[in-house]
Design a protein around this ligand. Structure first.
Ligand code: GLY
Length: 557
């Protein structure tokens, strides 16, 4: 294995400060959604754990300290670069056996969206614990118990509630009240609505203790399984004991492709993200190879990237779903000749008409992400989710964790948008034990077999834009890690028509030029990037300032 990197410097939530380079020394780094998970992961690596050990420990810690999206009740994807080989772990939720294509349609055939977003019926079979167990079996150096224990301690002894978490909890409780939702959320999380309060979660601690002591079986059988199934039966949910028993996390071949001399390793289906990033970067490259690259975040740049994005999302809606159920035409979708043909239709000075963008072949969102590089130069990019903030908004009573509302990521009815405005059809229709299409895109970029960039973000369909732009920001526009995560971003997903969602912070001239072209601008933040970048043999790490993330680079002892 390689020793990556030189001296030590620390990047805080708000930026990097660096000591000058001195001796060549190995470093390790994390970019995490919160300070607790960051510390847990750093401790694991200081003890000799590798990037996967750190990822497992961080995943469980986030299940305690980041309830909006950290979870044991959800699922995710882990992209791995270990001992010079690439790998991808799919621990996405699966539809329960009793799920069916029309389960969210009412008697008139109309989608009843709140059923797929709120309450027990919105949940897919959780995959996180099986995923972490698989990752441990294949790659870990430290004992399982050692990696789960920090989460047990955080749940049992409590942690002091950060202000941003308290704000999100109290706003969520208000929203539940305003919408008249019946939920046990406030019983479990009401105490976390006070900044600085010591917040303990005894039921969750007991569940994590069972997982620590019994591994995967501590979740999918015995007492934890009984709590989940009892809650499902009492609240109209579908997950059965058999479903829990049948859940499997899967090793898949990641999508890998070359881009400007780098090798990009990213998510295959049932994520749409990897194919989308390959198409997006490929289309931009095709257009700018014959034209000068527009200035970073200029109106011309936003227009070019948006036009490519429209084509990406047209294909996503038609062709992408769980590859175990639907023949995803993966190689055709990322074929350079196909991408070039799609790019050729982009007009740099006018918006192409939305109805003309057809799939090309054959003619309070949430989730969370973390990035890790260990002292041997291995890397993990892990994105995990219970779908919307606080998932289905209900806690599996007795087990103490929030259930996911991932069923909304299926297409409940062809052409009817889900929460994220994404449409789909046959490829992503609901079927028993199928995985719902995702946008999670944990991505690692290699430069001559060395880790160059580890990146990812939450944000539903906007994840794909955040990841694509983080690659362009760092590797095309040479922004630092900190500037790359904090630079305003934008997103175009074909529908709504001619609408660019954008962070605040774009120049007034850029906004005016886009409006003059005919775009509607939807100014709302999205995403929370956590990335690690290697430049000139040194690591830098950054977490977006708008979140409560923490990014650190440490010198290996
Ligand atoms: N739940 C968001 C996603 O998986 O894309």
């Amino acid at each position: 294995m390689r020793n990556v990197i030189l001296s030590c410097f620390i990047v805080t939530l708000f930026g990097c400060s660096s000591a000058g380079p001195t001796q060549p020394e190995a470093e390790y780094a994390v970019a995490m959604p919160d300070q607790f998970a960051a510390q847990v992961a750093l401790n694991v690596m200081a003890e000799g754990g590798n990037a996967v050990d750190a990822a497992i420990a961080a995943q469980f810690a986030l299940a305690v300290t980041y309830p909006e999206a950290g979870n044991i009740g959800g699922g995710g994807f882990m992209t791995i670069y270990m001992d010079d080989a690439t790998d991808f772990l799919d621990y996405r939720e699966m539809a329960p056996a009793a799920a069916s294509r029309d389960m969210y349609l009412d008697e008139n055939g109309d989608v009843h969206p709140s059923d797929s977003l709120f309450g027990a019926k919105a949940s897919g079979i959780p995959g996180t614990v099986a995923g972490m167990w698989q990752a441990h079996q294949k790659y870990a150096k430290l004992p399982w118990q050692r990696l789960v224990q920090p989460a047990v301690t955080l749940a049992q002894d409590g942690f002091y509630v950060p202000e941003k978490l308290a704000g999100r909890v109290s706003r969520y409780i208000q929203r539940l009240e305003q919408r008249g939702r019946e939920s046990n959320f406030a019983d479990y999380f009401g105490a976390a609505a006070t900044p600085g309060a010591l917040f303990k979660q005894p039921e969750l601690a007991a569940t994590l203790t069972r997982i620590r002591d019994r591994g995967q079986a501590g979740f999918y059988s015995g007492e934890t399984a009984a709590h989940i199934v009892n809650f499902m039966q009492a609240n109209g949910g579908l997950i059965s004991r058999e479903d829990l028993h049948n859940y499997t996390a899967k090793w898949r071949t990641p999508i890998t492709f070359a881009w400007r001399g780098y090798e990009i390793i990213t998510s295959p289906p049932p994520s749409s993200g990897g194919i989308a990033v390959a198409q997006w970067l490929g289309m931009v490259d095709n257009v700018v190879s014959d034209n000068a690259l527009p200035a970073h975040n200029s109106a011309e740049y936003l227009h070019l990237v948006s036009e490519a994005g429209k084509r990406v999302f047209a294909d996503r809606a038609e062709y992408l779903g769980d590859p175990d159920f639907f023949a995803v035409p993966q190689s055709q979708l990322v074929d350079p000749a196909y991408i070039a043909k799609r790019a050729a239709a982009i007009n740099l000075s006018a918006i192409s008409a939305t109805p003309d963008i057809q799939p090309g072949l054959y003619e309070s969102e949430d989730t969370t992400h973390f990035s890790i590089v260990d002292k041997w130069g291995n890397a993990v990019a892990n994105t995990t989710t219970i779908n919307l903030s606080f998932g289905a908004g209900v806690v599996a009573e007795g087990a103490g964790f929030l259930l996911n509302d991932e069923m909304d990521d299926f297409s409940a009815k062809p052409g009817v948008p889900n929460f994220f405005g994404a449409v789909g059809g046959e490829a992503n229709a609901i079927e028993p034990y199928k995985r719902m299409l995702s946008s999670m895109t944990p991505t690692i970029v290699l430069d001559n077999d060395e880790v160059k960039l580890v990146t990812g973000s939450p944000g539903g369909t906007t994840i794909i834009s955040s990841v694509t732009l983080s690659i362009l920001n760092t590797l095309l526009f040479d922004l630092s890690a900190e500037d790359a995560v904090n630079s305003p971003r934008f997103h175009h997903q074909l529908l709504p028509k001619d609408t660019i969602r954008m962070h605040p912070g774009f120049a007034a001239t850029t906004r005016q030029a886009l409006t003059d072209m005919g775009y509607t601008l939807d100014e709302r933040r999205f995403g929370d990037l956590h990335l690690i970048l290697q430049q000139d043999g040194r690591l830098s790490a950054a977490s977006e300032a708008s979140g409560r993330g923490r990014a650190v680079v440490e010198k290996a002892q």
